[in-house]
Design a protein around this ligand. Structure first.
Ligand code: PRX
Length: 672
């Protein structure tokens, strides 16, 4: 253990931007809410009191007040078989009905649900009535394609309205969606389709990215084609294709169907059926500490309750007047909970933007805020740090005065970036909520509440009402104010993952085994409690990296590297990076036989490209170093901590446990 932080030695206690913890602890700036904001805030301090008095009663109230139940529940939490929780188990609801029909029935059909902005500058305004109509038609089409309760549907789409409609249509039928980020490769797509046993894939010809059409359907064709070649049982029966990019695509007769050939023609009559609260809603794959991504499973009633509750209270949402914008892609959990389910369940009006922040020029996001009068803006520290580099004159050239609440998610936000966000984007007046949560938690778990909490730059601060969190040592004991340790969740919460698809043992092992006797959920993050008891997140303590707020596993990238014919062995680390928080750095040993024939020229670049093709461009290493050896302990375990020292240009730490203590000086020399 590291005595200063209380985290294990291999823990990466660096925060985004490379600042050190000591630096964080000197952070004394405090920003109380303005009296006007506090007086009108959606959330109040009484939420904490209510939850404190009776946690389950609190969540029962939220579920009843926020959602429409076709059949009311009588049980709140069933924790009789931990770690498998059931929330609201005897209740029945329809998730899509809660996101759509009920708003139309309440007279809000004309309210805009989506203010969609395409990257080339085309736009569409879609009301709740129109989105409901589209989802009903699509639900009828999916039914005709044989999709029913429990079936899995893979969604591989750009950020377009049809993506939201697709997720909701699947949910409406009680089927399970598995959204796969459009930046993932054919290989990644194939393994996710296989793991879930998807029956249908919904994709597009392509989407716009950085001024070009980035093709999607070819990856689906490749994924499905290859699998046929392997003789593995094909589960996919159809591919439904949205036309967006206008790029030419191959066509498999009988399998492929154009969206525009079937959806507009379908009936817009479709009655939403009730499903049990624990009916699975989606699977979302995320990186773990091994090479194989985990299919995180979420269900309906508890997930929607907490997504809606946090979206309303953490962002101070007023659905009738706010214009909300979350910049996350729907391929990630943030897009699921805070683009699709939370905002739509709340009847919010939101911006959906297809492209990248810098196209056609660096100020594009600020133009979007100005054009639509965005009031609530939720983004990631990596984006903020990127904007800081470009300079404040770019946002300052736009009118951002509509903004009133700012949010951050995905990685620790360093105080400098927090202050820049506050001063430059929020004109020194908007409350900032730094929200900590995970794919597994389904919804926000730690955050300030605007109008209630005095905020601190760099700290996520306090658990949301109804959530119980602690920072503990390896022994599971509370570390106390002023100390560091491991972040745990001490009580079940409504939007908690219900398991890993097809692998209950891995679920237990990954999250529950470490603190089994206490019954705590182990999040995999290091954290520190300050003198006020506020929580400061310090990054992952396992072999998971966080690059631009995206989770990547060292093991997954290592196995992609060794799958290349030139590679004998590989070790990957996450090194601190000014913009992306962490960056992927790979150390590779080449095969003698390969070297004899080809030599090492150009290989580092080739390997970077290779990883991009195998997993997706987000996983492409920033640096690939060709080395002669890797630092190993006597038992053969690679000491990544030492490689991280090299990658970050630091003096190499303690090498006494290495089998060969000379190896690090050789590696350092080779890298230099
Ligand atoms: O390390 C934490 C970091 O992101 C991890 C979860 O990644 P993912 O499942 O992809 O979900 C990201 C969006 C919810 C966490 O284990 N993380 C997320 N939010 C924060 C954060 N680290 C510090 N501060 C945050 N606000």
């Amino acid at each position: 253990m590291n005595s200063q932080t209380g985290t294990p030695d291999h823990a990466d206690t660096r925060v985004g931007g490379g600042s050190e913890i000591d630096h964080l602890l000197e952070e004394t700036r405090r920003f109380p809410p303005s009296p006007e904001f506090a007086a009108n805030a959606v959330a109040g301090a009484e939420l904490y009191e209510r939850a404190q008095r009776d946690r389950e009663g609190f969540w029962a109230d939220q579920a009843r007040e926020l959602l429409h139940w076709h059949k009311p529940f009588t049980q709140v939490l069933d924790w009789s078989m931990p770690p498998f929780a059931k929330w609201y188990a005897d209740g029945e609801l329809n998730v899509a009905y809660n996101c759509l029909d009920r708003h139309v029935e309440a007279g809000h059909g004309d309210r805009v649900a989506l203010l969609w902005e395409g990257e080339p500058g085309d736009d569409r305004r879609i009301t709740y009535a129109e989105l409901t109509d589209e989802v009903k038609r699509l639900a009828n089409v999916l039914t005709d394609l044989g999709i029913g309760p429990g079936d899995r549907v893979a969604i591989y789409l750009p950020m377009i309205p049809e993506t939201v409609a697709a997720m909701l249509a699947v949910a409406r039928l009680g089927a399970i969606h598995s959204v796969i980020f459009g930046g993932f490769s054919a290989d990644s797509l194939r393994s996710r389709i296989d793991d879930a046993g998807a029956k249908l894939v919904i994709t597009a010809d392509g989407g716009w990215r950085k001024g070009k059409v980035s093709p999607l359907k070819p990856a689906v064709d490749q994924a499905l084609g290859e699998r046929n070649g392997l003789g593995v049982q094909e589960t996919v029966e159809h591919v439904l294709v949205v036309r967006r990019g206008g790029n030419e695509v191959d066509w498999v007769e009988g399998r492929d169907i154009w969206y525009h050939d079937v959806v507009p023609q379908a009936s817009a009559e479709h009655e939403a059926q009730p499903f049990e609260a624990e009916n699975p809603l989606f699977i979302l794959y995320t990186s773990g500490t091994t090479g194989k991504p985990k299919g995180i499973l979420h269900t309906s009633g508890g997930y929607l309750t907490q997504a809606q509750f946090t979206h309303r209270n953490v962002f101070d949402l007023r659905p009738e007047s706010d214009v909300y914008w979350c910049t996350a892609d729907v391929g990630w959990i943030t897009g699921h909970s805070y683009v699709v389910y939370g905002p739509l369940a709340n009847g919010a009006t939101q911006v959906l933007y297809e492209g990248t922040p810098e196209f056609p020029e660096p100020g594009r996001w600020w133009d979007v805020i100005e054009k639509y009068g965005v009031t609530i803006f939720y983004t990631a520290p990596t984006a903020i740090r990127g904007f800081m580099k470009q300079g404040r004159q770019i946002p300052q050239a736009r009118d951002l005065s509509s903004l009133r609440v700012l949010g951050s998610v995905g990685e620790p936000i360093n105080p400098e970036a927090w202050m820049w966000f506050r001063e430059v984007v929020g004109a020194g007046a908007c409350p900032i909520v730094d929200t900590w949560w995970q794919t597994e938690t389904g919804a926000i778990m730690i955050s300030a509440l605007p109008g209630v909490t005095e905020t601190k730059p760099g700290s996520a601060q306090v658990p949301v009402p109804g959530v119980s969190i602690d920072v503990v040592g390896e022994d599971g004991q509370h570390v106390g104010s002023g100390n560091g340790g491991l972040l745990v969740i001490t009580e079940p919460w409504p939007s908690m993952l219900r398991g890993i698809w097809g692998d209950p043992e891995r679920f237990r092992e990954t999250y529950w085994e470490k603190f089994e006797s206490q019954g705590y959920y182990f999040a995999g993050d290091g954290a520190r409690l300050d003198e006020d008891g506020d929580i400061w997140l310090l990054g992952r303590v396992d072999d998971v990296m966080n690059v631009s707020g995206h989770r990547l596993s060292t093991a997954e990238i290592e196995s992609a590297l060794v799958a290349h014919e030139a590679t004998a062995e590989a070790a990957v680390v996450g090194a601190a990076d000014e913009t992306t928080g962490q960056a992927v750095v790979a150390f590779v040993i080449l095969k003698e036989s390969y070297l004899r024939q080809h030599g090492p020229e150009g290989l580092a670049q080739q390997l970077r490209t290779w990883v991009g093709e195998q997993i997706g461009p987000i996983a492409r290493p920033r640096d690939v170093y060709i080395v002669g050896e890797l630092p190993k302990t006597r038992s053969g375990k690679i000491m990544r901590r030492l490689l991280r020292d090299v990658a970050e240009g630091r003096e190499v730490g303690d090498t006494t446990t290495l089998a060969d203590t000379a190896v690090m000086s050789v590696i350092s020399a080779q890298v230099r």
